[in-house]
Design a protein around this ligand. Structure first.
Ligand code: PBG
Length: 309
C-alpha cells in the first residue's frame, strides 16, 4: 500500500496504548496492513492536554479531549481517530461517525489508598482526591464524612500525591490501568453497586468520516457487537439526559449470553446528598430505546439544581 493509514490520537500514555492496540488489531485483520509502515500513528495535542492542572469543570465545555482530533479527521489529515469512549461527547460533529468499538475492558473503578483497604475502611474525615463529579457524588453519598478534593494528572502523578499524603485515597478506571499494565498498585476494585462507572467507561471507539468507505470497510472486522450494544444503551441515556459533564451521571449496560440487556443508571447532585437511580431490562435490539427511556425518567425526576450551570 502506498499511502499509510493514519491513526490520530492524543499523546498520553493511555491514548498511545489504545492507538497501538488499534494498529495491532488492524494489522492482524488485514494482511495489507501488516507491513511496519502501513499504519502511521499521528499524535495530536488537544485542549484537554493543555489544561492538566485545572479541573475539567473549571475548564468548561465538552469535547476537551476530542475536538482537535476531530478537526484533523474532518480535514483529512488523519483517517481514523481512536478515543476512550467515555471522553467522547454525546453528539459527534456532522460528517463523522463511530461504527467500531473494540471489546470493552472491565468498566469498574479501582481504589487506591495507603491507609485503608477499601473506601468503606477510610477513617472519618479522610481526603479523597478526584476531579470526577461522578466519583465525588458516589463517594460522598456512601461516606458523607469524607472530604473530596480535585486532583488530576497521570497515574504516576496521582500515586505520588497519595504517597506524599496530599490525599488519603484516589480512584482511577481499571480499564486504563490494565492497558498501561499498572494494576499491581491497586488497593481494591470497587463493585458497581458502590461505584457505578461513567457511560462507556472501558470502551475504545474508532471514529471515521461517514463517507470513507475504504476505512469503514477495514474496521468492520474490528467491531465488537456486544460492546457496541452496551455502549449504544448507555449513550442513548446520556443523550436523553442532555449529558452535561457537570451533572454526575453513571450508567452500566450488561448483556448476558441469551441477548438479555440490563441497564443501571444514576444521576446525583455533586454533593452526593441526593442520588436518583433507575434500571431497565430488555433485549439487545432495544438498546437505544432502553437507554432513552431510562434517561427520560431520570431527567423528569431531576431537580433543577442537579444541572450545574
Ligand atoms: N477522563 C480520562 C479517562 N478517560 C478514559 C479513562 C480510562 C480508560 C477508559 O475508561 O476506557 C480515563 C482515566 C480514568 O478515568 O481513570
Amino acid at each position: 500500500m502506498s499511502n499509510p493509514l493514519r491513526i490520530g490520537t492524543r499523546g498520553s500514555p493511555l491514548a498511545l496504548a489504545q492507538a497501538h492496540q488499534t494498529r495491532a488489531r488492524l494489522a492482524a485483520a488485514h494482511a495489507a496492513l501488516a507491513a511496519p509502515d502501513a499504519i502511521e500513528i499521528v499524535v495530536i495535542k488537544t485542549t484537554g492536554d493543555r489544561i492538566q492542572d485545572r479541573t475539567l469543570m473549571e475548564a468548561g465545555g465538552k469535547g476537551l479531549f476530542t475536538k482537535e482530533i476531530e478537526e484533523a479527521l474532518t480535514a483529512g489529515s488523519i483517517d481514523l481517530a481512536v478515543h476512550s469512549m467515555k471522553d467522547v461527547p454525546t453528539w459527534l460533529p456532522d460528517g463523522l461517525e463511530i461504527r467500531c468499538l473494540l471489546p470493552r475492558e472491565d468498566p469498574r473503578d479501582a481504589f487506591f489508598s495507603e491507609i485503608a483497604g477499601h473506601l468503606d475502611d477510610l477513617p472519618e474525615g479522610a481526603v479523597v482526591g478526584t476531579a470526577s463529579l461522578r466519583r465525588q457524588a458516589q463517594v460522598l453519598s456512601r461516606r458523607p464524612d469524607l472530604k473530596v478534593v480535585p486532583i488530576r494528572g497521570n497515574v504516576e502523578t496521582r500515586l505520588r500525591k497519595l504517597a506524599a499524603g496530599e490525599v488519603d485515597a484516589t480512584m482511577l478506571a481499571l480499564a486504563g490501568l490494565r492497558r498501561l499494565d499498572m494494576t499491581d498498585r491497586i488497593t481494591a476494585v470497587l463493585e458497581t453497586d458502590i461505584m457505578l462507572p461513567a457511560v462507556a467507561q472501558g470502551a475504545i471507539g474508532i471514529e471515521t468520516r461517514a463517507g470513507d468507505d475504504y476505512t469503514n470497510g477495514l474496521l468492520v472486522a474490528l467491531n465488537c457487537e456486544e460492546t457496541f450494544i452496551r455502549v449504544a444503551a448507555e449513550r442513548a441515556l446520556l443523550a436523553a439526559l442532555d449529558g452535561s459533564c457537570r451533572t454526575p451521571i453513571a450508567a452500566l449496560a450488561q448483556l448476558d449470553g441469551t441477548g438479555a440487556l440490563t441497564l443501571e443508571a444514576l444521576v446525583a447532585d455533586p454533593a452526593g446528598s441526593r442520588v436518583l437511580r433507575t434500571d431497565r431490562s430488555g433485549s439487545a435490539s432495544d438498546a437505544e430505546a432502553l437507554g432513552r427511556d431510562a434517561g427520560e425518567e431520570l431527567k423528569s425526576l431531576m431537580p433543577p439544581d442537579f444541572f450545574v450551570p
